[in-house]
Design a protein. Structure first.
Lengths: 558, 330, 135
């Protein structure tokens, strides 16, 4: 399909074709056949109370709260991470001034890998895609002047470095006079999934479970208002898998952590109410809503039947949505605003608790201030103008959506069974079965675009000449910020009291070696100005791994 | 295209250990360019001295990680190592994904290690047609040890025995391959069997099965008894690795056995015999089709066979009589 | 099935630096293989030296760089420099991933022969490579 050939030559045959055009596919995005129309006969023995129920009632298909958005709007939480802690702090503040209701900061690749800003491999990439918090001063800069007992802060560190992030955050909060029990927010803390996002050196499986669970356990006992994990099925979906696979693999990973926490002696109802998920919303509106409803129903059953949860809050599938980055393309970038709007709508129709809408420049660079604002405004238009917040689960009762929800549940179960058949999630990860699934799906998605079985405006239809500029300007990360941060780190390492650092590191080593929770000694070490790489590296060594995930530097404490 | 003097220069550089020359020459030889005969003729006198170790075994058994460790051990002993990794070409597209290099990362910047990936290009037997020549080129480059990693190990993919002095079969517990391999006779071909992933369940049972199978194989006096070595080659931590030292020692011991028992002579003989056969076949085909090219005769022959007027054997007789002088049997 | 005496194109596909978004690189490697090319896939955490050393030893016709974390302007000159140092001027250099449109001319000036943005259809890069590898 092409547009006009020439301003003066409309192809009227093409016009006629367009006028009578039929869609080329009647499948959902994940590949399921969809009927022309759905009727009551598609759910002949629907048992409302048992299978669907009102919002706020088990199995929570329609939402985890009875009044959903009437009770509280979802949190408008745009992800922020750019350059230095100071840069990030400023952008964060800006979005709050513009109406953002949740704080959300993301680690850069160097921090996620557990590297200090002055690591030989980090120096080129500090701050390019997020923020690096090498030491307590960085965390202080990031949180400067922000009332930590009033805000809800989502810290996006997913890898084993999340343990360091928590230690740094809590230490800073305590030192500033806040009670840990008053802290509200979340830490992504899902090192297991992160191996599929390129962080395998930082997230070996056993260390992922150990440190991930340390954070979860510590927060369960000390930060009652904190969500200690956001099991990230979003990033898995970004690899190109289908909606049912997203949920099935996400659940599988969540259960790895749950099993560990139970092994440590925690009761399911002690921690499950603080479990959250990070979910994608892709372009197929109804499939995504059905996916979320199915996930809610299935999670509730899983918690109740498999784990014996009694507290209804343990059964809540509590989730944040990140609209699908992989659905956006660099061609004709303003179209991405539309895509994100639809995906945001989908998230809200699905009953999301916290939402990040991508900025339209996502496939090109970090969000520029204007693009970031646009994403926030997208959420605000949705919240205040469309009326979708008036009713809990507005799509509930639709013959299509109920049928599709059942279908999603069926398909999710199929994938979970396949994982069981290969020996369970840990086995699927260890044998690289999951790697193969992700890789083969990615190739399928590419072929679908190549052969036109999936259509994307600007990519394989309605293509235009490549634009030369990013609308509203491309975001740059100042190399000056990075240089400054690196200098500050070096300076810190020169001037701190090394004997204190050594003692603190030794304590981490000893306690990790005794199988104790690593958060308390990390907090102490952070206060003594031990750095991210030093703390994480020491724990790595206790578990037999190299101090440095990149195998370049040696521990200065050996 | 490069002229002769350039080739001579490249070859001289090859003898001096120049990587670029090696790399370029390997490409020419692999692509069977016009001058690849010339190249092989000039290189050949400088070959034959390297220790050649072959690794074969099904995908996923851990060949590449074992290769990685072997390279490390040999380097620690001050030996230079050439590595050839073969991966299958797609029968549909003719393309290939040569992904084994990833597992050999730590040696990338070591000047004493040269790694080359080859696609099988339709050649059956576990290697590529070019492998034989690439080994010679690496020998001429001065490599002390050459490791050849084949693709898979089915019943047919055992060409490795023709090129390697020491053949290592990499098996894993409970994959069923060990039983299959026994039937295929691979057991008799492998000098060493690395039972990799020996930390998995069923490892002890597989170990016993293998040892039993080997013990019933009939051996002559003084012949090398194939050895089974349990290994764990994949581990994020040094302490997870097992059996690497034992494997390396076994390889070196086998080399020593070959030298002292003069079995190496037999090995060399068979290797050259195989090479000769291949070159002979290639050359013959090339000459004949070169002779037929442009004459339209090939097409005529084929059509006459289809029409029932002729058969392949008679055609070949006629061609050989026409293009080659054939001495009558006495 | 396509048979032919055409020289096989050898391609090297790699990520650069710490960036771990490898979905695109893996897909490109697969699609190049399906187009009949022999692809050396280097994976993640490669520095310029490693990349060029591998390209040299494998005598590749084209190097494909995958950039998805803003590192494209930092590493490109380093890689081009390393290629020049090792006499790989004849090797085609292409890049794909996430970058602003404004940076494309810059990358080309730095030495990249062609830039492909995220989501490019396979035909575009396969044909480009086929048409432009040097003999």
């Amino acid at each position: 399909m092409t547009g006009k050939n020439n301003a003066n030559e409309v192809n009227w045959d093409d016009y006629l074709k367009a006028y009578y055009e039929k869609p080329s596919s009647f499948k959902s995005w994940s590949g399921y056949d969809i009927k022309e129309i759905y009727t009551p006969e598609d759910s002949p023995d629907e048992k409302y109370e048992e299978k669907i129920a009102d919002a706020g009632k088990y199995p929570f298909t329609r939402g985890i709260h009875a009044n959903m958005f009437r009770g509280r709007l979802w949190t408008k939480r745009e992800v922020v991470g750019i350059g230095s802690p100071a840069d990030t702090h400023d952008r964060l503040q800006y979005l709050v001034e513009q109406g953002g209701s949740g704080l959300n900061t993301i680690a850069d690749v160097t921090y996620e890998m557990g590297l200090d800003a002055d690591h030989p491999w980090a120096v080129n990439e500090v701050g390019l895609t997020g923020v690096n918090i090498t030491n307590i001063k960085d965390m202080q800069t990031l949180t400067r002047d922000i009332p930590l007992d009033k805000v809800s802060w989502s810290l996006i560190t997913a890898s084993t470095a999340a343990s360091v992030t928590m230690a740094q955050y809590i230490a800073v909060a305590e030192d500033a006079g806040y009670e840990p029990a008053a802290l509200r927010g979340s830490v992504q803390n899902d090192p297991i999934h992160f191996r599929y996002c390129g962080f395998r050196p930082a997230s070996p499986l056993d260390l992922s479970i150990k440190l991930g669970s340390d954070v979860m356990e510590y927060c369960t006992r000390n930060l009652p208002k904190w969500y200690f994990t956001t099991v990230n099925m979003y990033d898995l979906r970004e690899q190109g898998i289908t909606a049912p696979q997203e949920v099935a693999f996400g659940f599988g990973i969540a259960m790895c952590y749950i099993d560990e926490l139970i092994r440590r002696g925690l009761n399911i109802d002690e921690f499950a109410p603080r479990f959250t998920f990070y979910v994608s919303c892709h372009m197929d509106i109804f499939e995504e809503v059905a996916k979320i409803r199915a996930a809610r129903r299935m999670w509730a059953k899983l918690m109740k039947e498999k784990y014996g949860a009694k507290d209804p809050r343990s059964m809540h599938f509590r989730f944040a949505v990140h609209t699908a980055g992989c659905s956006l393309i660099p061609q004709q970038p303003l179209n991405n605003i539309i895509r994100v709007a639809y995906e945001g709508l989908t998230a809200v129709l699905g009953g999301v608790q916290s939402l990040h809408c991508c900025s339209y420049d996502e496939p090109m660079c970090l969000p520029s201030e204007k693009a970031h604002l646009q994403a926030l405004r997208t959420q605000q238009v949705l919240a205040y103008e469309t009326g979708v917040t008036n009713v809990a689960d507005p799509l509930g009762g639709s013959y299509y959506v109920e049928s599709l929800t059942d279908k999603m549940e069926e398909e999710i179960l199929k994938v979970m069974k396949r994982v069981e058949d290969v020996g369970g999630m840990e086995e699927a990860i260890r044998t690289e079965w999951l790697d193969h699934e992700l890789e083969s799906e990615a190739v399928e998605r590419q072929k679908e675009l190549d052969d036109g079985s999936k259509l994307v405006v600007g990519l394989n239809i309605f293509k235009e000449e490549q634009e030369k500029e990013t609308p509203l300007g491309a975001q740059r990360v100042s190399s000056q910020s990075a240089k400054q941060q690196i200098e500050e780190v070096k300076e810190l390492k020169r001037t701190r009291d090394m004997s204190q650092v050594r003692d603190a590191i030794k304590r981490i080593r000893d306690e990790a070696g005794e199988g104790k929770n690593t958060i308390p000694p990390m907090m102490e070490a952070t206060r003594a100005f031990a750095t991210t790489g030093e703390m994480l590296g020491t724990v790595r060594q206790v578990f037999g791994y190299s101090y440095d995930p990149m195998n370049i530097i040696e521990s200065p404490f050996d | 295209m490069k002229k002769n003097s350039n080739i001579d220069e490249m070859i001289q550089q090859l003898f001096a250990g120049n990587r670029r020359a090696a790399s370029r020459l390997i490409t020419r030889v692999e692509n069977e360019t016009e001058d690849h005969h010339e190249i092989m003729k000039k290189i050949y006198p400088h070959t034959g001295q390297a220790m050649i170790v072959g690794l074969t075994g099904s995908g996923g058994a851990g060949k590449s990680t074992l290769t990685d460790h072997l390279i490390q051990k040999f380097r620690e002993q001050g030996k230079t190592v050439g590595v050839i990794v073969v991966d299958p070409s797609s029968p549909f597209s003719g393309g290939a994904l040569l992904g084994d290099r990833i597992r050999l990362q730590r040696h990338f910047l070591d000047d004493g290690v040269y790694i080359r990936s080859l696609a099988s290009r339709g050649y059956l037997g576990g290697l590529s047609r070019a492998t034989y020549n690439v080994i010679r080129i690496l020998e001429a480059m001065g490599m002390d040890i050459i490791i050849v990693e084949t693709l898979g190990a089915g019943q047919d993919e055992i060409d490795i025995i023709h090129v390697a002095n020491t053949c290592i079969l990499v098996a894993t517990p409970g994959m069923g391959d060990d039983i299959q391999a026994m039937k295929a006779g691979i057991m008799e071909i492998a000098d060493i069997i690395a039972l990799n992933k020996a930390d998995l369940e069923g490892a002890n049972r597989s170990l016993r099965q293998l040892q039993t199978a080997l013990s019933v194989a009939s051996l002559e006096e003084g012949q090398w008894a194939p050895r089974v070595i349990p290994t764990v080659s994949m581990g994020s931590r040094p302490e997870d690795l097992k059996g690497i030292d034992e494997l390396t020692s076994a390889v070196l011991e086998h080399q020593e056995y070959l030298d002292t028992s003069r079995s190496i002579d037999q090995v060399k003989f068979e290797r050259v015999e195989e090479e000769l056969g291949l070159v002979f076949k290639d050359e013959l085909q090339r000459l004949i089709f070169k002779g037929l090219r442009g004459t339209g005769k090939k097409r005529k022959y084929i059509n006459s066979i289809i029409e029932g007027k002729n058969d392949p054997y008679s055609v070949v007789d006629e061609i050989l009589n026409t293009y080659l002088i054939r001495k009558k049997k006495k | 099935m396509i048979k032919g005496k055409k020289k096989k194109i050898k391609a090297l596909v790699t990520k650069v630096g710490l960036d771990g978004h490898d979905r695109g690189a893996k897909v490109v490697a697969s699609m190049l293989k399906e187009a009949g090319m022999e692809v050396i896939y280097l994976g993640m955490f490669q520095m310029p030296e490693n990349i060029v050393k591998a390209a040299l030893d494998e005598d590749v016709d084209v190097i494909g760089l995958s950039y998805l974390s803003g590192e494209h302007l930092i590493f490109t000159p380093l890689i081009v420099e390393e290629m020049k140092k090792n006499g790989l001027d004849n090797v085609l250099l292409v890049a794909g991933g996430t970058f602003p449109a404004e940076d494309i001319p810059t990358m080309e000036e730095m030495g990249i022969d062609k830039v492909f943005r995220a989501g490019s259809l396979s035909e575009s890069f396969v044909e480009y490579i086929r048409d432009n590898v040097k003999e």
